[in-house]
Design a protein around this ligand. Sequence first.
Ligand SMILES: Cc1cc2nc3c(=O)[nH]c(=O)nc-3n(C[C@H](O)[C@H](O)[C@H](O)COP(=O)(O)O)c2cc1C
Length: 389
Amino acid sequence: MSHKDPLLQPFQLKHLTLRNRIITTAHEPAYPEAGMPKDRYRAYHVERAKAGVALTMTAGSATVSKDSPPVFNNILAYKDEVVPYLKDLVDECHEHGTAVMIQLTHLGRRTGWSKGDWLPVVSPSHEREASHRAFPKQMEDWDIERIIKDFADAAERMQAAGMDGIEIEAYGHLHDQFWSPLTNTLEGPYGGSLQNRVRFTLDVLEAIRARVGTEFIVGVRFTADQAQKGGFGFEEGVEIAKLLKASGHIDFLNVIRGHIDTDPGLTDVIPVMGMRNSPHLDFAGEFRSSVDMPVFHAAKIPDVATARHAIAEGKLDMVGMTRAHLADPHIVRKIIEGREEQIRPCVGATYCLDRIYQAGDAFCIHNAATGRELTMPHDIPKADVKKKW
Ligand SMILES: Cc1cc2nc3c(=O)[nH]c(=O)nc-3n(C[C@H](O)[C@H](O)[C@H](O)COP(=O)(O)O)c2cc1C
């Protein structure tokens, strides 16, 4: 590929220049220690920064409230002590030219009853999630007020850590539990019409903006089609995107398709080995042409050719290659050096994700150095002299 490789062209996101089109989307590798992203966490992201990824979306679902228990050993974004740890991570990634953001969430009902401090689980309905089986308390006005403030507090912490921006997680978690008729039985201003169901997110965004100002980058990751009986579909997904955009508070949308409240649903959103590649890429392209906003997307785009196609054909602004970077953090460097054939491919075994469900930490089934960056090199230097064994 020539130097005009579409994947290697910069992208202007507000004031932030992303140096190419490849990102890693939020994924909690469950490396925090007591909820804090310490040396291991930092080394993991720095390895990807050194190799050239444009943007690393740290955390997966860093939790903004105490009653959003760290079900996947998430980062505790509701604690002030998180700031210096994140600042070290951000500074070191910035030294290597990579932008850093963090995904914030409240998990709502997506948890078990026995996690964290055993606080009551809250959601806009009593409906239980098939996967985690907590019994949610239906949210009351003061829960809503408190959690809106928690998001603003957490956003301010992330800004203090020097982050380039934040992403609100809105699929399967509290935000889209409000949006979906399947999980919102509230009456009054936060229930009923689509506008009302989205109000919680709009209030959160407003509170965040009041705290972090207009420059800080804020995006939302959400499903634009729940692909589920009784849930919202593409038309409403686009409607939601338009409401978010009209708020004037967001700078990008990171779109997915499907629902994650059941294991089969999750598998459609994060397709595994044996399922087809890039199943939602055309959908994401259609979404991008329906909303005039920067659009990110990730779902089993493990190879450079498909990623390049996604950008060249204008389906996406930024392409997520997340598990691909677990398998080989040096993808971008290898593209730049014309060594694409040396990229260690992600085969979609998804052992990484399975492990965090077993309360373990994410490892890659065919790259032992992933998650062991502090002790094991990803780059094994070539010997100067060939030896015969
Ligand atoms: C270990 C692991 C943890 C994840 N955790 C999150 C998360 O907390 N929030 C999120 O939005 N997505 C999460 N994801 C999904 C990824 O962001 C991404 O959408 C998914 O892996 C599909 O993209 P890929 O095929 O490029 O890996 C996770 C994925 C993995 C593998």
